[in-house]
Design a protein around this ligand. Structure first.
Ligand SMILES: CC(=O)SCCNC(=O)CCNC(=O)[C@H](O)C(C)(C)COP(=O)(O)OP(=O)(O)OC[C@H]1O[C@@H](n2cnc3c(N)ncnc32)[C@H](O)[C@@H]1OP(=O)(O)O
Ligand SMILES: O=C([O-])CC(=O)C(=O)O
Length: 374
């Protein structure tokens, strides 16, 4: 007999290891990276400080941050053979598949042979992932081979400049910075757990990240920001959104961008990105998408006590900055690579191969039937 409770339980509530990197929902809603509260980081930090914190364990000094940012800036260039691979990926490929292939190809070209050099591989991925996605996107959609070494000082601004061929406004750069901080790390979520399982076999860091990208791609995880955008874009106004959401709930459809496996009251990242989405809506003169999003949030709470997770207001925020919907989840990758790789190092530092057991539910022992007798 299949135990449905076990099969459908998704390991929820089971402690699968230890981490010093992050706490999620310990008070029902909180989130900290290495002890720092997400609200404070999102308000005061640069993404590069958070990235440094996750890879080195402490926030950088002024000099360390300057050197770190200079290092990232020097690592943005794409090897010629990686450009060739990207140019051969079709225009209608999903950008998450491009990220997966890009990361995997990088692992062929710059293989991590020595775990003690992991930070070099990590810095390279943080620096070059925006170049990978923008190079492919602009080549296949606009027919141009972009320059990936821009003057921008931050990962977020670098991404927007390559995408739009011009430096972003201060507001857009600020929102990208906050967004990358919010998405950076989240304990044993599905993609990070994938990365840790891979790390536990003592595989290389690019394999760990490639697997994590594939896991993040799904709409129940990182892909929800794209799926939420597809949904809200179909609503003409807030009243139409209400009608449609009610019908979806009636049909027991999943509403993307709502609910969470761990948080029970709210996702602390939502209030932050929602505020920035509202600012952006005012900046670009939106009077549809933001009110639609707010109405969705109200209905879901009223009807189901389900709250927006990090992905929901990211959809409108990214849209207001002119980012194509299909690039939403790759931005998540550009950020979460910092968390994934910190977990890879943590796993390696105290490793035992991750290998749980399963309850067998198949047929009882039976003898082999010759093929002519079947
Ligand atoms: C950055 C991130 O990855 S955040 C997550 C992004 N994913 C999404 O936004 C996809 C939509 N959300 C979901 O599918 C789920 O809420 C998940 C995958 C995030 C969490 O799944 P679970 O831990 O299984 O959710 P949970 O146990 O809280 O579900 C409780 C009930 O609420 C329902 N529910 C949960 N989320 C939703 C939703 N978004 N829409 C409709 N119903 C939902 C579940 O179906 C379940 O109902 P049931 O008891 O009748 O089966
Ligand atoms: O923790 C989770 O299950 C999903 C999530 O919010 C994240 O990875 O940011």
């Amino acid at each position: 007999m299949v135990d449905k409770a076990l099969g459908g339980a998704g390991l929820r509530g089971q402690v699968a290891g230890q981490t010093a990197l992050c706490t999620v929902g310990q008070t029902g809603s909180g989130l900290t990276y290495c002890g720092y509260d997400i609200s404070e980081l999102a308000e005061k930090a640069q993404f590069e400080e958070v990235s440094y914190l996750l890879s080195r364990g402490e926030l950088p000094t002024e000099t360390e941050l300057r050197d770190y940012k200079a290092k990232l800036k020097s690592l943005r260039g794409l090897p010629a053979s990686l450009k060739t691979v990207l140019e051969h990926i079709p225009k209608d490929a999903h950008p998450m598949d491009v990220m997966r292939t890009g990361c995997s190809m990088l692992g062929n070209l710059e293989t991590e042979h020595d775990f003690s050099q992991a930070n070099d591989a990590i810095d390279r991925m943080v620096a070059v992932f925006p170049s990978i996605i923008c190079y492919w996107y602009r080549f296949t959609h606009d027919g141009v081979r972009i320059e990936t070494e821009t003057a921008d000082d931050s990962v977020g601004a670098h991404f927007l400049t390559m995408l739009h061929d011009k430096a972003p406004s201060e507001l857009f750069a600020q929102v990208m910075n906050v967004s990358l901080i919010l998405y950076a790390e989240h304990e044993f979520n599905a993609s990070t757990f994938t990365g840790r399982v891979c790390a536990s076999t003592l595989s290389d860091i690019h394999s760990c990240v490639t697997g994590a990208i594939g896991t993040l791609r799904g709409p129940l995880h990182g892909g929800a920001n794209e799926a939420a955008m597809d949904m809200i874009e179909g609503f003409k106004d807030a009243d139409h959104a209400e009608q449609e959401i009610m019908a979806m709930l009636e049909r027991k459809d999943k509403i993307m961008g709502f609910g969470h496996a761990i948080y029970r009251e709210s996702d602390p990242r939502n209030v932050i990105i929602k505020k920035w989405s509202e600012k952006l809506a005012a900046e670009v003169g939106d009077d549809v998408l933001y009110p639609v999003s707010v109405r969705c949030e109200e209905i879901m709470w009223r009807e189901k006590k389900l709250f927006c997770n990090a992905d929901f207001f990211h959809a409108s925020a990214y849209h207001f900055m002119g980012i194509p919907t299909k690039l939403f989840t790759p931005i998540f990758v550009m950020s979460r690579v910092t968390g994934w790789t910190a977990h890879v190092k943590e796993q390696r530092a105290n490793n035992r191969i991750i290998r749980p057991s399963a309850d067998y539910t198949g047929p009882a022992a039976r003898s082999y039937t010759p093929i002519t007798a079947r």
